[in-house]
Each structure stands twice: as structure tokens, then as C-alpha cells.
Ligand binder design. Sequence first.
Ligand code: DOR
Length: 448
Amino acid sequence: MNLPTSPTPSLLIRGAHLVLPDQEPMQGDLRVEQGQIVEIGSELSGGADRVIEATGLWLLPGVIDPQVHFREPGLEHKEDLRTASHACAKGGVTSFLEMPNTRPLTTTQALLQDKLDRAAQKCVVNYGFFIGATVDNLMEVNTAAPACGIKIFMGSMSGPLLIDDESALEPIFATGTRLIAVHAENQARIRARREAFAGRTEPAVHSQIQDNQAALEATQLALKLSKKYQRRLHILHLSTAEEVELLRQDKPAWVTAEVTPQHLLLNTSAYERIGTLAQMNPPLRSEHDNAVLWQGLQEGILNFIATDHAPHTLEEKAKTYPDSPSGMPGVETSLPLMLTAAQQGRCSVSQVATWMSTNVAAAYGIANKGKLAVGYDADLVLVDLDQVKPVKREDLLTKSGWSPFEGWPLTGWPVITIVGGQVVYEHGKVNSEVRGQALRFSPQLLAD
Ligand code: DOR
């Protein structure tokens, strides 16, 4: 429970389509006091410090984005916690879980605390951080707190965060109980294929070098170790049909997996249009993979959505492949992309709330978030599903200043975002005075 330190004004949101858990959306009102949802119903009586007339708009639990790279400390020319959290507010993301590949790498309690301190100063939304595993911080990855989990890069990384052989991975799976989140790509295969494709500079070759097999092999290894030790495992940005099939056959109750909007909606054809802006790890795949990932999400094999927001400057992205960095921003577009998919009939608006909020809170044991329910924290987003507006570079708040989805006509743009009962974004403007809170993670809450 996140009680605000000073009283926040009460809110009454009236006449919205409420996206409630385990039932069809219904038109109604929702009251917020002291940062919490205190009443849900129709035509609620009594006033509030602020009444928001929301007829025609849809109210969802705020998005919890469980994989972002916000670049602070050390890489602030790409993004920082202030710009990233403003972008979150604009995108309806009210909480984020951030990755340890900053400079310095987040591998100790002191460095984790430094990020928490920075976030407390700068973030207008709620925040949590991963602790990064190296070959020599086994004790610290299990004790550093609060951490949402241990991040392991099995591939696509250089330096101390890369742990690419089984003998180094095994002690991490064998020690402790905390959630382990893996970036699953087999580095040995990537290395060999880099050599085989040396000299090729067209960005599309990226998907051939880091191919489906590289992802599958690493996911197989992570699954094997997780089963051996019954260790809580989360597979980050799962990207291939083969991995969905693997999990369809064999997914222990303690394993979860996520998918990004870009792996659902973009494929290798994007290289022709946007070149290295489509370059990320794991790479974009085929149209067939897109379809199977959607299927996996519908079936519950994939549990939720993460953006892997990984901003790089346009100047960096303009380098010739393979010198161009991998990664793309995402927190401002993920909710409208998924709501547009819902409007196109690919899923329901309720599923979007489940995949972008409810299931994330359950998997990471974030109490009192992820649902429109009495007693839950008032992290909320009001969206407009009637208006269609294209993604425009000039509208973006990410410091990187671009999106792989520029020009895409999307619906479901946030109109108002609320964090802990405070309006943090409204009609195009961020309230930079708002501060989010550090998230807490309770290991006893497991995924559904
Ligand atoms: O494309 C990516 N870029 N994937 C990752 O997992 C890391 C990220 C980055 O930090 O740039």
C-alpha cells in the first residue's frame, strides 16, 4: 500500500467506461481518496475536491511496464529518469521496472540505492529496479533491496553483465528464491553467426545473425535450470514462434513470459522502411512469429506486455550496421498500440488491462496495483477510444525523440494519467511536481 506523505485531493471520475477486473467494462463512477480507490459504482453521490467528467472516455488501471532501460546514471544523453518518467506519464504508464545496464551497472546494494534516490528526486511515476547478475555478485543479487528481480543477460551484451555459459548460470539458479528475469539469446551462436555474416551492413541481416534458434536455445537452457531448481523464472521479450511452442509443451507454474508490442506488430519488413530504427535485441522476426506471439498471448502462454524501452539518439542509430546500437523507445506508444489492436478486433480492451497491468502486478508481487478495485492504489489512465491520431516525432517526450511507429494512426491515447491519486498528465501536459513512489515486491504473490 502506497500512502501519500501529504494529503492528496479527492477525485471523482464520472461516467467513464470502467475496465473492471473479471467482468465486462461498464459505465460508472470511481472515487479516489488519499491516493486510493475508495468507491466504484454508478451515479455516486457526494462531491470531491475535483470532479472529472469522463463520459465517452475509458478508465483503465495505469500501465505497469516491466522492462525499460532509462539510461540514468551514465547514459543521460539518450534518456534520463525525468524525461523517461514524463514519457511514461504521457503514455499512461504509472509504474516501471528498470534494467541494470546503466553506467555504472546496477550490481550492488549501493548502486541500487543510488537509482532509488535519483528516482525519488525525479520520477513522476512509480519505479522499481532490477539488480544485475555478474559472475561475482551472487550474494548481493539475492539480498539487495528493494529489487524486482535479478536480471541475467544470457546474450546480446558485452562486459560483466553477460553470463553466457551454463556453469556460470547454474549457481545463480541454485541460490536464493528471487525472480530471475532472462534476456534469452545464445551468445555463442550469435558470435559464430556474426563471423559468418561479417562484412554485411544491411540492417535486415541483424535478424539472421541473432536468429530464432539463438533465442530458442537460450530459453531452453533457462527453462532447464529453472526446472532443476524450481526457481522462479521470467522470460523477457520472448520473440519467436519456437519459444511459444516450447512453453506450450512445457511451462511450469513458476515460469512467466512477456512480449513487446514491437514483436507483436513489427516484423523484418520494417527494415526496408526504417532501417536501423528497427534494430533491437532480440531482433524483429517474421509475420508468422507475430501471429504465433498473438496466439501465445491469447492462450496465456505469454503473460504480459513490456516495452523494452531502449532509447538511443538518432545520431547513434544513423551509424552503419553493425555499429548502430540495438533498441527502440516504447513507453509513449505501447498503450495506444495495444488499444488500437483492440479496436481492430485482435483482443479486448479488458485483455489490454490484464496484459499491461493486472498480470504484471501479480507476477512481480506488487500489492494493491493493477486493477480498478476498492482498496487499490489510484494509478489510473483515462483514454479516448474515439479519436485517431498519428504518432508524431514532435509530440514525443522521450529524449531520444523518435519512434519506430511514427506515422501510425493510433487510438486510445491517454487524456489523463493519475499516479497515487495525483493527476500527472492532462491534455498534453505533464505535472512535473508529482512524485511517484518506490514499488515493493512480495515474493509470495505468484503469477496466475
Ligand atoms: O535492443 C535492446 N537494447 N535490447 C536490450 O535488451 C537492451 C537494449 C539496450 O539497453 O539498448
